[in-house]
Design a protein around this ligand. Sequence first.
Ligand code: NAD
Length: 497
Amino acid sequence: MSTATLLDAPVVPVFVGGKFTPHQAEEYQSVFNPSTGELIGRTPLLGAEHVDAAVEAAAKAFESWSRTSYTKRTGIFFRFKELMEREFDALAQLVTRENGKTLDEARGDVRRGVECVEFAAGISHLAKGEFLPQLAEHIDGQTSREPIGVCAGITPFNFPAMVPLWMFPLAIACGNTYVLKPSEKVPLTAIRLAELLREAGLPDGVFNIVQGGREVVDALCTHPKVVALSFVGSTAVARHVYALGCSHGKRVQSAGGAKNVLLVMPDAEPDSTLRAIMGSAFGCAGQRCMAGSVLMGVGEVADALRDRVVGAMDALKIDDTSANPQAEMGPVIDAGSQSRLRDLIGQGEKGGAKLVRDGRKLDRDRGFFVGPTLFDEVEPGMKVFRDELFGPALTMLRPKTLDEAIRIMGTISYGNGASIFTTSGGAARQFIREMPAGMIGVNVGVPAAPALFSFSGWNHSFFGDLHVMGVEGVKFYTRQKMVLSRWDSTYKRTQGW
Ligand code: NAD
């Protein structure tokens, strides 16, 4: 019989000034393998003094890092990419172990992260300024983009590799130094990335990690030496971080929750549409900020669509993702999430939605599983339509026309993603023009912006101006300097002072 207790699990270290240190704390967050419920680590919920130590290390490193040549900076990120490729499978396995997503999904998580590193390695081109000779007689104008200082990132549990990699490679490539606070539920992948970044030759103090929860977040939002904050997580916390950070004079980009729509027109191609819907709604057990969670079957397609979706749901292989690479859907992140979803399913049923498949019925003896769930005949006023569910649950509506569907979708308070499935260019164009969401898919189930673009959530899915990644990310992590110079061949000192 196992005698392992909470205290046997290793304490997750911080990474400050180039050193990994497992500090003790009064409270810990347990890190589980969600497939089995096995305890694999303890995240210390540290206090403001640890934020201070990390920010001081970053501020000290900024003095030399901000002057480091672009050649040297990009060289480090090319090496970091090579190391991530070398460790690709191990990183994916670590993501699966601490997050529970399938190995294929974990590979996607790491691959999207590698693409962010590739983007950051192109910083010399991205950060180039402009030059206009002779803008007035003998006067030249030029701009450059300059680093801003110590930046901080706060990340959610659902993408342990990709979301931190949206942030720190670009910030650091721009010449800034960084403090990351990963999700206390999945802190292990970030630690491995820090080891690889150190191996790639990043000087001590340029990248730091502090472990913790709310106290660390608030300390980062208010620390006088933190100049910029990137947040990704739920809308309530995104709003809090945005307000607190802004009121302390920081630039903040704060991405929140979502409620994404998958709209199927009667003329959609059935097989590819079904594959896209299943991947979007049940991939990562529905725990993606771009997961499709509202299914709209427009007009006469609704019955056939529902039947095919139900058939595919019933065929999904749900299993321990860390033991079975064939698993097609894994668990949700923890017991709290499992019971929250079970409650929401109960509330949806009481609220009048027709429960076609009930994820509460999935019976497994361990791990935090919720089965795929489908509500049909959902109405716009219902809680299951309004709220982000963030789990393997799809809510289906049956608008009669595209116009009616677009009107209903306009009532959703979030604005990350919306996809249409159709073979009609006219319908696609109307959808693109009229949907109030920042990322639109046409015959694509997860229209998440890749690294070359900015992740452009709207409405309650984003607070701020410049989004994460892409050229907006470069602007967010730099400030512009404008130089006017007057020179002509006769310009010389003609008299002494
Ligand atoms: P969360 O908001 O609970 O946690 C995110 C981060 O905020 C964590 O690091 C956590 O420690 C911290 N935090 C939590 N509560 C806090 C509080 N009261 N005060 C200060 N800090 C706090 O989110 P989560 O459960 O880890 O992730 C899921 C959410 O993230 C979903 O809503 C999902 O839609 C969203 N998400 C959004 C995007 C996007 O780009 N818009 C991407 C991924 C995830």
